[in-house]
Structures are given as C-alpha cells and as structure tokens.
Design a binder for this molecule. Sequence first.
Ligand SMILES: [Fe+2]
Length: 173
Amino acid sequence: MLKGHAEYENERLHVLLKQQNASTGTYLHVEEDHAVQDKQLLIIEEILRGISLECCKEKRIEEGYRLYLIYRKFVADNLAHLHEEETKILPELQQLYSDAELLQVEAPTYREMTPEEMVHMIQVLFPHMNIHDKRAFLSDILSLEPKKFEIVLKAIQPLITENEFIAIERSSR
Ligand SMILES: [Fe+2]
C-alpha cells in the first residue's frame, strides 16, 4: 500500500508541481525518501523471512531485536516524511491549484475503480480516519462518481457509527 501511495504522490501530485515549474527543492527530497522507504521495507521483509526460517531461538531473538530497531527507524523516518509532505508539498499545491482542480487528480483513479474496490480501500483506511477525513473522502467519491457512491455508502454502513452515517448522508444531499 505504501509503495502504491508513493507512486501516486510522485506521478499524480509532484507532476502538478513540475507542470508549474515549482522549485525542485519542494519535491525532490520527498521522492528520495520514497526510494529509501522502498529499501527499508525490503530489508524489513528480509529480516522477517529470516526469522520465520531460523530454528535457533537465540538467533531469532537477536534478529527480532534488529527488526525492532529498523522498524522503529522506519516509523520515525516516515513521520518526518509525512511532516515534510504536509508542510511543503500540500501548501505548494494549494497555492498553485484550486480545490476543484485538485479534486480532478482523483478522477482517473475513481473512474477506474469498481465500487467493490472502493469499499475495500475504505475498509482499510476508515479505522484510521476521523469524521472530517471520512466525509472529505466520501465527498470526493460523490462528486466524481455519484452512481458508485450510492453502492459504496450502503456497503460501508457497518463501518461507520450511526451519527457519522447521518452526517455523511446529509452532506451528500
Ligand atoms: Fe510520501
């Protein structure tokens, strides 16, 4: 998921900055981070595979500690990365483009996705979102794919509280 998200940021969002000749300093470091994250995830995967195949208990504990350290570093780096994106990339995009133009960034993605794929994505993301994020997320789908929205809203009803459902339904009218 993270890899797909990084590709989306590079190919759909940074490209908007490039089109407006924004300074490369805004996005180059963030793209380097994406490449580093890729490598970190490969190392984490390798350590996990090693642990699952390791028979010696002492070695497994040793590798578990190595996993703990590298995973903690990955989380820390990722938080700094998110901070840079939200304080540099996002304000720059908002300065160069209107909300309506930025909404169109999602258009090809939602056009290609089936309602079932949208529901799956929501099942993964919603437990980490507050009501405002959920509403913004669903309002994008409603504006871009109103027919799919109807199906999606019905299917995700068990994932949201009754109050959230009422608020989302109200804002979709
Ligand atoms: Fe990113």
